[in-house]
Design a protein around this ligand. Structure first.
Ligand code: NAP
Length: 474
């Protein structure tokens, strides 16, 4: 079995013991990683601090050049990285609508190059006879990245590349159930970067909170659940770490009566079910106007029944297993609860027999606000469809949730849809689309979905502090 090491100061590091990484398609281990602890966190932070003066002093053009080299080395190793992503996360190589590990690694490459090219120029806010006032952006120091299991490599890239581009050094901690693609990425990147610039620690309980508390870390970028985000915020208070928190979502979509149910259903299904619904900004609650409700539900159920669920390495698999057993049980619990509350399961609804953590793609009709499957983030292959008659009421119900990551309006009247979308309480609103991200558009949550944004110059700025320079002229 392949054994991965941590990387600290450019060197492979072993801990006293290892733990298994499970392939959710088989339920069997396929790799082992190091069970690091707080001592390793200390060593990684020390290496990152030592590397910071040299890395931050490099000309921006040099950092850019090295980051483009990292993009190229990811591309050169794409098949291996795709296989690791599929084995650890369960997502198919190809996947529903092409959303699988090929897209994850391809996205990692694209985001690396696009982020390498971002600029944060000096801003001149006054230049007159009295004084010149400039706003400079400076790196923060050591940034820690803590990532979740749903898009392990892509999210690692979203954290690390802007941190490095801005001149920071980095300590990473991947999710314990999906560390392998990230470990391999860091190993590859360390053939390009100076030692200590990019370090990675693995370890189950305690490593994340040791990072959050560490006085030698200046900022944490975290993607994961809202409760963990709160814990990080509490621990980070000791030395006022800067924070970007990308947390849970329970995104609503509202379908207006003017759409053609047959035409729109495949798109709705895709944005709700890709990666088995295990995407922060998947469509998780679907509000459909009463006049087309039955037709939309029937089409969604038909598509769910035709979807190919298989081991992600198998050709033709559209959806793979749920990533871990606890999540599988949680999804099953929400579906059972919905049934007991009077909802109708019109497709799927059950764990698939056999090895692995497979759950049938599940469409729930007659779902209502107040049911757990509507109010809570399912993070699984389940879509509750809720009936509405008055669009103002649908907007109110969509907003009546503690999360505020994304939302969408589906209509042929784009102007009306845009007006409604601006009333949704969320960080990104889409018209006739959901969850589509791009490297130049800011993305982040409001309410309990997080703090700050990623991507583009807005995202890059979060890895810097401002220094104002005032040059007197009189
Ligand atoms: P999670 O349980 O919060 O874990 C995320 C990471 O935090 C893992 O690396 C985990 O390590 C670590 N961690 C756990 N406890 C910690 C602590 N007390 N202090 C510091 N770190 C700690 O989240 P998940 O279940 O992996 O991910 C699913 C969630 O992520 C969903 O809610 C989803 O919506 C959200 N998400 C949000 C976005 C976004 O952009 N807003 C994107 C993707 C996912 P271990 O694995 O070792 O426990």
């Amino acid at each position: 079995m392949r054994v991965f090491t941590m990387i600290i100061n450019g060197q492979p590091v072993r801990a006293e013991s290892t733990f298994d990484v499970i392939n959710p398609a088989t339920g069997e281990p396929f790799a082992q990683v190091q069970a690091g602890n707080a001592t390793h966190v200390d060593a990684a932070v020390a290496a990152a601090r030592a590397a910071f003066p040299g890395w931050s002093a490099l000309p921006a053009t040099e950092r850019k050049r090295l980051l483009h080299e990292i993009g190229a080395i990811i591309e050169a190793n794409m098949p291996e990285l795709m296989e690791l992503v599929t084995k650890e996360s369960g997502k198919p190589l190809g996947g529903l609508n092409g959303i699988g590990s090929g897209m994850e690694v391809g996205g990692a490459i694209a985001w690396t190059h696009a982020t390498a090219d971002l600029e944060l120029p000096v801003e001149v806010i006054q230049d007159n006879d009295d004084a010149r006032v400039e706003v400079h952006r400076k790196p923060l120091g050591v940034v820690a990245s803590i990532t979740p299991w749903n898009w392990p490599l892509m999210i690692a890239i979203w954290h690390v590349i802007p941190a490095l581009r801005a001149g920071n050094t980095v300590v990473m901690k991947p999710a314990s159930s999906t560390p392998t693609a990230t470990l391999r990425f860091v190993e590859l990147a360390n053939t390009i970067l100076p030692p200590g610039v990019l370090n990675i620690i693995t370890g189950e309980s305690g490593v994340g909170s040791a990072i959050a508390k560490h006085p030698g870390i200046d900022k944490i970028v975290f993607t994961g659940s809202t409760p963990t985000g709160r814990s990080i915020m509490q621990n980070a208070a000791a030395n006022l770490k800067r924070l970007t928190l990308e947390l849970g979502g329970n995104d609503a979509g509202i379908v207006l009566p003017d759409v053609d149910p047959k035409a729109i259903a495949p798109k709705l299904f895709g944005v709700g079910f890709h990666n088995n619904g295990q995407t922060c900004a998947c469509l998780k609650r679907l509000y459909v106007h009463d006049s087309i409700y039955d037709d939309v539900v029937a089409e969604l159920a038909r598509i769910a029944g035709e979807t190919v669920v298989d081991d992600g390495l198998a050709e033709g698999a559209q959806l793979g297993p749920v990533q871990n057993k606890a999540q599988l049980n949680f999804v099953r619990e929400l579906v059972e609860d919905a049934k007991e509350q009077g909802a109708r399961i019109v497709a799927g609804g059950k764990v698939k027999a056999g090895a692995g953590f497979f759950f049938e793609p599940t469409v729930i009709a007659d779902a209502k606000d107040g049911m757990r499957v509507v109010d809570e983030e399912q993070f699984g292959p389940v879509l509750p469809v809720i009936r509405y008659t008055d669009v103002d009421d649908a907007i109110r119900r969509a907003n009546d949730n503690e999360n505020g990551l994304g939302g969408s309006i589906w209509s042929n009247d784009r102007a009306k849809a845009a007006e409604l979308a601006l009333r949704l309480e969320c960080g990104t609103a889409w018209i006739n689309e959901h969850g589509a991200l791009q490297p130049n558009a800011p993305f982040g949550g409001v309410k309990q979905s997080g703090l700050g944004v990623e991507f583009g110059s807005y995202g890059l700025a979060e890895y810097t502090s401002i220094q104002t320079l005032k040059i007197m002229k009189r």
